[in-house]
Design a binder for this molecule. Structure first.
Ligand SMILES: [Zn+2]
Length: 106
């Protein structure tokens, strides 16, 4: 079974991870400045909804920056906002393959 086939379903169904646990996002606010989030591979497997690659946009769309940062491993990249589609591709590809575990909270 592929990752994609595990998370498909109708809008009325909650997505489930490999163990069948619901991975429906809780109604908690995103970190300040985050405009887009991708759940990582390990986030899906473990149900850890904080294991994400986050996109933060700063400045105006024609003259600002977009930054993608993987919360579990810290890998990141930054582009001019005019090149945001490339950043989104990087973020999504990283999220699909990242196997880093998020550091447990103290
Ligand atoms: Zn990562």
């Amino acid at each position: 079974m592929t990752t994609q086939s595990r998370i498909t379903g109708t809008a009325s169904q909650a997505a489930r991870n490999a163990t069948g646990k619901s991975i429906t996002a809780p109604h908690t606010p995103w970190p300040e400045g985050v405009t887009t989030r991708f759940l990582t591979y390990m986030g899906e497997l473990t149900g850890d909804l904080n294991a994400t690659v986050d996109i933060v946009d700063t400045g105006i769309p024609t003259d600002g920056f977009s930054t993608a940062i993987c919360r579990p491993c810290g890998d990141s990249t930054e582009h001019l906002r005019t090149h945001r589609p490339s950043l989104l591709s990087w973020a999504q590809e990283h999220a699909v393959t990242c196997r880093a575990l998020a550091q447990p909270a103290a």
